[in-house]
Design a protein around this ligand. Structure first.
Ligand code: ADP
Length: 575
């Protein structure tokens, strides 16, 4: 703060940063430039950790992950125009994932608006479709009001991102301290309970079910419902199915996990309790043939507008998953013995039969001795070594799909992927944020990204960020020379250079690229591995080194495929 005539004055950048800190914002990811330099340094002065990244996309993914892990938003700080355009990637991803975050964008001087100012863009309008709230503070004095509102909007109701536009004159203008309207801390939102009548209907339906199924989504993970959902599933012996990011709310190792019988469980369940998951493409819209046409659905969601989307539920429980599951547990406790689902029932027998069949099919693939390895062999090696409590990011089409079954999650909010929006390239942003968070709250926890070579490429230069901040993340690239699949080096070399644009498959990337050298370039440890034992040894070494980042580049057979599926993952053509 500065003084003028004895009166204390403060810049917009400083007021903004102090307000953010007061509202519980502890992390800021971004790229500085005109006009936001001052915001980054004011944020550091206010005690907010600032991480300078190499592209706003990765910075925006990083900020959104903090929202998911902590329930309070982090900031993505961007410059005007192109900076904000790049951050729309993370804004839209956070919106689709229902994760809180706050983008703060610098913009041109208010009195140059419309004149063709440097990097001028209608930023509030550009962000609005992806935001719950997008606004431009209209005076330095009112900045605290906008900050509190943006933070509150991002975490109350269905969580989501918000945008604040900071005109450059507002960033550097000063205001007398006593004129600044201070706004108190916004507490976490209350957890609403479901309506009593509907709760009773839901209990009746559950008690009537012959083939019940619980589906656990990332809304359940976000709400911290792991205690209540574990109690429900274990006490009642209910089969459950996690969605990709619902994995770990209940440990994958639970005997009630029927992921290995996913298709059968979805197809044959007669009552489904849907906990914080949308019936979107990830759950095949709730439609036959993936679901029974007569399935009765109990839908639990905090967002009333989500109820009935694609399928009308038999019972709707609008509320917080944690609070509503508590209600369900308390109601069921008043009916001792009445709803303990029998593990000798025909339903469990059918599910177990399929679990066994599918595990056998996968076993064959993990025992394949060929070099280059297939995905199953590589992931099997990785699964043997990964610490159970690590935060895992998994992305890239084959890598993500296959690791969903091969890599197990034991803790909630520990598995991250391309999410609802199917955004490939989130990995390095996510591991940067996760590692930073671990430094503060879980220093012994490891952060690992298992990515395809294509997914890595979207934000590869963030390796420099990771090395600069000494974040001991482990990046494992399952490198099959392409997007979905590639071609081998010999075939690629046989194409004359001038013919490449016509003849190189659109899916191919440069075969056998040495991505590990990117890590070495910035002082981290790189490994190039071609056999299961090399993979084992390098991952073990990377895990032992708790101070330095590592990148393990794993050569995968470019023709390696997924095991045959009963249904393909994306079913839109079959609707
Ligand atoms: P998944 O990808 O795991 O299927 P989705 O992202 O599709 O999950 O769905 C998450 C749902 O959870 C959203 O509809 C969102 O409104 C809801 N949700 C988010 N937070 C909560 C909460 N605290 N309680 C209940 N529902 C929540």
């Amino acid at each position: 703060s500065l003084t003028r005539g004895g009166m204390e004055e403060e810049t917009g950048a400083s007021i903004l940063s102090k307000s953010l800190k007061l509202q519980g914002v502890n992390y800021m990811f971004g790229i500085v430039g005109i006009p936001v330099f001052e915001i980054a340094s004011a944020a550091q002065a206010a005690g907010i950790k600032y991480v300078g990244m190499r592209n706003e996309q990765a910075a925006s993914y990083a900020a959104s992950l903090i929202g998911y892990l902590t329930g309070r938003p982090a900031v993505c700080l961007v410059v005007s125009g192109p900076g904000l355009v790049h951050a729309l990637a993370g804004l839209s991803n956070a919106k689709e994932n229902c994760w809180p975050m706050l983008v703060v964008g610098g913009s041109c001087e208010e009195d140059q608006e419309g004149m063709g100012a440097f990097q001028e863009l209608p930023q509030v309008e550009a962000s609005r479709p992806y935001c719950k709230y997008a606004a431009r503070p209209n005076s330095v004095e009112r900045i605290p009001f906008y900050v509190e509102k943006a933070v509150r909007m991002s975490i109350y109701g269905r969580p989501g991102p918000c945008y604040l536009d900071m005109a450059s004159n507002l960033i550097s203008n000063k205001s007398m301290r006593e004129k600044i309207r201070s706004i108190p801390f916004c507490p976490l939102p209350p957890k609403p309970f479901a309506n009593r009548d509907q709760l009773k209907e839901a209990i009746d339906l559950l008690c009537y079910a012959e083939r019940p199924l619980v589906i656990v989504g990332k809304g359940a993970a976000y709400s911290g419902a792991e205690g209540e959902i574990n109690r429900l599933v274990t006490d009642c012996k209910l089969p459950f199915l996690p969605t990709p990011m619902g994995k770990g709310v209940i440990s994958d190792a639970s005997p009630y996990n029927v992921s290995s019988a996913r298709s059968r469980a979805l197809q044959e369940a007669d009552v489904i309790l849907l906990l914080g998951a949308r019936l979107n493409w990830i759950l095949h819209f709730g439609f036959p043939p993936r679901f029974s046409p007569t399935v009765k659905l109990i839908q639990v969601d905090i967002c009333a507008e989500e109820i009935g989307n694609n399928i009308h539920p038999t019972v709707a429980l609008v509320g917080d998953v944690d609070a509503v599951t508590y209600q369900i547990n308390e109601e069921l406790a008043t009916k001792p013995g009445k709803f303990i689902f029998n593990s000798n029932s025909p339903w469990w027998a059918r599910l177990f039969e399929k679990v066994k069949q599918n595990l056998e099919a996968t076993k064959g693939l993990t025992q394949d001795q060929s070099i280059p390895m297939n995905y199953y062999v590589a992931l099997n090696e990785i699964q043997q070594l990964l610490p159970k409590d690590c935060i895992l990011v998994s992305e890239g089409s084959n890598t993500m799909d296959i690791s969903r079954t091969m890599l197990h999650s034991y803790l909630p909010r520990h598995r991250l992927d391309a999410g609802t929006f199917g955004t490939m390239g989130v990995g390095l942003g996510f591991v940067t944020a996760a590692a930073l968070w671990c430094q503060d709250y879980a220093p012994t926890k490891r952060v690992v990204a298992v990515q395809g070579d294509s997914a890595f490429g979207f934000s590869g230069m963030e390796v420099e960020t990771i090395c600069r901040y000494k974040l001991p993340v482990i990046i494992i690239i399952l490198n099959n020379n392409g997007i979905f699949f590639g071609i081998d080096e010999e075939s690629f070399k046989s194409i004359p250079a001038k013919d490449l644009p016509l003849r190189a498959p659109s899916t191919s990337l440069l075969p056998n690229s040495h991505y590990e050298k990117i890590m070495e370039a910035f002082g981290g440890k790189g490994y190039f591995v071609t056999t299961p034992s090399e993979l084992h040894d390098s991952l073990q070494m990377a895990l032992q080194d708790i101070h330095n980042p590592a990148l393990i580049n794993v050569v995968i057979d470019p023709a390696a495929q997924k095991k045959p599926q009963d249904f393909t993952w994306l079913t839109s053509s079959k609707l």
